[in-house]
Ligand binder design. Structure first.
Ligand SMILES: OC[C@H]1O[C@H](O[C@H]2O[C@H](CO)[C@@H](O)[C@H](O)[C@H]2O)[C@H](O)[C@@H](O)[C@@H]1O
Length: 609
């Protein structure tokens, strides 16, 4: 039986990441990069697909679990009749090889422990050749070579499982290390595990200390920032949407996607939250990643890239994996990479505009890129697209997509007016005005007093809750109030918001059978609208309900299944943590919250100019 998605905690080294269950079992680990094949994939299958269990012999229950304050160093305390142990898990920030360090500390009594390591490369498909070299195990298959060593030796059995039994008494410590090396890398040196855990802890604390937010939700905000930092691939500055693939949006369903890639949209949202919280270095690194990834012809711009800017993210299925809770297919790669999504241009222009506003020194290449994008948009803004929700059905004129092209034109105009950049201001103003008028005409249903999902439709889209944040219309505009009411009435489920109207007919729209959880970022956006409308108490109440959905270590996935009361979808999800940070800052910031500053710059076309 799989653990629940909320039973997992994250460890990572800002280049790759793993998930540890509340029972001390490491069930997901991709080496050497976040998007590499997993060597532990039990999360999407069973122990034979790769897993490292570390637990008291004969069972135990978890008494406490949490990260050491302001770090990504995880502690899991387990108890049984013999006593209590604490497992400390982390991945040191990488200088050379990716490593997982697992330390068992005796807290009370003397506890007999067992470590079982099943290394299976390529998502549980490849059983490696495993050799014992003294105290060390070495598992090799193709490009992978993993060593397992530490204070106690593991022995290999005939089922390719490496096991160790040992005991720890109060005050004693046993350290274990798993490290990846490429095929031609030199012999790995032994490390002082305790010292390395301490330096990892310090690294995260120093990073968290840079956070400029010190409001009432500081702990939740810092935990989310740490999750985002773990999603940023440090060698390039790319930011992945989540560290997992194929955790289902509906338990047992088919909406299972690979999120270990850098969506321009998710990454720009992430960047803005990092900027708001004082992390400028990450913002610069992301801009560099972006310029490299997007270099070339604008018509070839993708909506999602690999962590190093790779373009080919071919989607395929892994038929040997039964999927999380039987949710098939398990997919790697993502066909959304071939989609056309207009909103991305607006998000990108907005992110670069916010970077300027925050005083990040301008980069001439970045402005040149923006000019090229605007040229492209001038002749393509009225093409149908796949939209923010990456619809796999026919392309349409999504209202949110057009609003975001308006945002692209608006930020370009602001670049000229506020920062003295060079460009055809009158042409871009005219474009902005044309789009504004068209959206208000074709994307708004006057009879129902709401913006609609796509031109001429009667269905709804929670992405339109972003309109005030973007600055297209203020939150107290009657059309926006009407849209919020419609979302409350038709897209809410037990208080949480679904992305868009989902009926049997909507299968034609997204190309998938209906059924998924409430989308957590959309629910945060509803809270933002309450705050902007002056309904602060409702905003706070909804925000605190969302905070309660975090698991015991403060992590959120993408969606929440209100029926079963469980988190669903990939985890930890950047989109959800970004939205959490923004709403916390909006609640604490009063008139200076990010949403006001971002959308309320007064450059809008509200009067239809
Ligand atoms: O619902 C179908 C689509 O679902 C995924 O996209 C979602 O996740 C993306 C990454 O967080 C996000 O940018 C997008 O807005 C979401 O709809 C999936 O990646 C797509 O392939 C799929 O078509």
């Amino acid at each position: 039986m799989s653990l629940r998605i909320e039973d997992y905690a994250l460890i990572g080294d800002t280049q790759t990441a793993g998930l540890v269950g509340h029972n001390g079992s490491l069930e997901w680990l991709c080496l050497p990069r976040m998007d590499s094949g997993a060597c532990f994939a039990a999360l999407l299958g069973d122990p034979e697909h790769g897993q490292w269990t570390l637990a008291p012999l004969g069972g135990a229950r978890t008494v406490r679990r949490g990260y050491r304050k302001d770090t990504l160093v995880l502690e899991t305390e387990l108890i049984n009749d013999e006593g209590t142990v604490r497992i400390v898990d982390c991945m040191p920030i990488r200088r050379d090889n990716p490593r997982v360090l697992r330390t068992v500390e005796g807290v009370h009594g003397r506890v007999r422990m067992r470590s079982d390591v099943r290394l299976r490369f390529e998502y549980g498909h490849d059983r490696p050749w495993i050799r014992t070299e003294g105290h060390r195990i070495n598992a090799i298959a193709g490009p992978h070579s993993v060593i397992l060593d530490g204070d106690v030796p593991h022995r290999l059995d005939d089922r390719a499982m490496c096991s160790a039994e040992f005991s720890v008494g109060a005050g004693e410590r046993v350290g274990l290390r798993l490290a990846w090396a490429g095929p031609r890398q030199p012999e790995l040196e032994r490390v002082d595990i305790a010292k390395t855990v301490r330096s990892t802890e310090k690294w995260w604390r120093d990073w968290a200390a840079q956070c400029s937010y010190d409001g009432e939700y500081r702990d939740a905000v810092v935990r989310s920032l740490i999750a985002l930092k773990a999603l940023a691939y440090s060698p390039s500055g790319g930011i992945v949407a989540a560290v997992t693939t194929s955790l289902p949006e509906q338990l047992g369903g088919v909406r299972n996607w690979d999120y270990r890639f850098c969506w321009i949209r998710d990454a720009t949202f992430t960047l803005m939250a990092l900027l708001e919280a004082g992390y400028e270095r990450e913002a610069r690194a992301w801009r560099e990643w972006l310029l490299r990834a997007m270099a070339g012809a604008p018509e070839q711009m993708q909506i999602v890239y690999g962590v190093d800017g790779e373009r080919r993210l071919t989607e395929s299925e892994l038929p040997w994996l039964p999927g999380y809770a039987g949710s098939r297919p398990v997919r790697i790669g993502n066909a959304a990479s071939e989609q056309f999504q207009l909103d991305v241009y607006g998000e990108l222009m907005d992110a670069l505009h916010q970077a300027r506003t925050h005083g990040i020194p301008p980069d001439p290449d970045a402005w040149q890129l923006q000019r090229t994008l605007l040229d492209f948009l001038e002749s393509h803004w009225d093409d149908p697209d796949n939209g923010i929700w990456e619809m796999r059905g026919p392309r349409r004129h999504f209202t949110h997509s057009k609003v975001m092209v308006w945002a692209a034109a608006d930020r370009a105009v602001q670049g000229i007016e506020q920062f003295g950049l060079d460009g055809p201001a009158d042409r871009w103003k005219a474009l902005r005005h044309t789009i504004f008028a068209e959206v208000c005409d074709k994307g708004f249903d006057t009879a129902r007093n709401t913006f609609t999902h796509y031109y001429g439709s009667s269905s709804l889209d929670a992405a339109l809750l972003l309109i005030p944040a973007i600055g297209f219309l203020p939150a107290d505009d009657p059309r926006m109030r009407g849209t919020v009411e419609a979302v409350e009435k038709h897209l809410r489920q037990d208080g949480f918001v679904q992305r868009y109207t989902m009926t049997k007919r909507s299968e034609e729209l997204d190309g998938l059978p209906p059924g998924e959880g409430a989308f957590l970022p959309c629910t945060f956006w509803l809270a933002d609208n309450y705050i902007l409308q002056g309904r602060r108490d409702e905003g706070r109440e909804l925000f605190e309900r969302l905070l309660d959905l975090r698991n015991d270590v403060g992590l959120l996935s993408e969606e929440y299944d209100t029926g079963t009361g469980r988190l669903v979808g990939n985890v930890p999800q950047a989109f959800s943590h970004v939205a959490l940070i923004n709403t916390a800052l909006n609640l604490s910031g009063g008139d200076r919250g990010p949403i006001r500053r971002r959308g309320g710059s007064g450059s809008t076309d509200q009067d239809g100019r």
